[in-house]
Ligand binder design. Structure first.
Ligand SMILES: [Zn+2]
Length: 283
């Protein structure tokens, strides 16, 4: 049974209201009529060897002990008529997390893959078969073209073949077409060729699930120009990060990320000194 921590409503720095927090894997917010639930696959301390362009001075300033916190997250979104799962993580804690919030894999209507790296697609299949038998699978057109047609990557191809006719590809023309309440896909290319973020809008509230726009918050908030060797096109990834950070800071949009430590959601402000400041939502 989920414990409702109503006392924390007032403590949150976020404009959204907290529904509940449960252990270090599950955290839920309301976005208008939608409920957004963090389902975490876990978190860890990462070394800085994958950062591109971080000078010794920057590292001393931002990560004095030489490590930064990171996580692997998925998000479940309940709208009044559909249940969306945004990424499927490694497929490790996902099943117990879904069980803990009382959602069965059969109830999920839409699985969105922000991109096709293994830490985002790992739970899309289970024991070699489709894990969400009633779900459509959404990914961007450039992502599909890259992994399936160019790289011919085995795991990505298996996923797409098994979901078959239920795969829906988001074309560049369909990106960023906001028309009121809904889930919109935002171009955030660079980390992978078709990497996309998801903007949820319900009533007058918004949340941007920005996927892998950042991997090392401690470094990339003050220095958004620092990329990682995981980025397929580091320069494009930096441009996407800067553009989206400016947009969410200006419009005061709460954000959530796949590699942000628990509770993985928070507010972004332009820093008077350099880059941006991130304030996590209260637990
Ligand atoms: Zn990732």
């Amino acid at each position: 049974m989920i414990k409702r921590l109503t006392a924390l409503f007032m403590a949150s720095v976020c404009t959204l209201s907290l529904c509940y927090a449960q252990n270090n894997n599950i955290f839920s917010y309301k976005v208008g009529d939608y409920e957004v639930i963090l389902l975490s696959e876990g978190q860890s301390d990462n070394k800085t060897d994958k950062l591109i362009g971080a000078t010794p001075e920057i590292l001393r300033e931002t990560v004095p002990d030489g490590t930064y916190k990171t996580a692997v997250n998925t998000f479940l979104v309940k709208t009044p008529d559909k249940i969306y799962l945004i990424d499927t993580g490694f497929g490790r804690n996902l099943w117990t997390n879904l069980d803990a919030i009382g959602v069965s894999p059969e109830q999920i209507n839409v699985v969105v893959l922000t991109h096709m790296h293994g830490d985002h697609t790992g739970g899309t299949l289970k024991d070699g078969v489709v894990a969400f038998p009633n779900a459509h699978l959404i990914l961007s057109a450039p992502e599909y073209v890259y992994w399936i047609e160019e790289a011919k990557q085995e795991n990505a191809s298996r996923i797409v073949n098994l979901y078959g006719e239920r795969v829906q590809v988001v074309t560049p023309e369909q990106l960023e077409k906001k028309q009121g309440d809904g889930i919109y896909f935002i171009e955030a290319y660079g980390h992978t060729p078709g990497h996309m973020a998801c903007l949820l809008q319900s009533g007058d509230e918004e949340l941007l699930i920005w996927a892998d726009l950042t991997h090392a918050m401690a470094v990339q908030m003050p220095y958004p120009e620092i990329a990682l060797t995981y980025d397929s096109n580091p320069e494009m990834a930096v441009n996407s990060r800067k553009r989206i950070l400016e947009y969410v800071a200006e419009n005061e949009i709460t954000i959530a990320g796949m590699h942000i430590a628990y509770p993985a959601m928070g507010e972004i402000k332009a820093s008077p000194e350099k880059g941006y400041l991130f304030t996590p939502c209260s637990k």
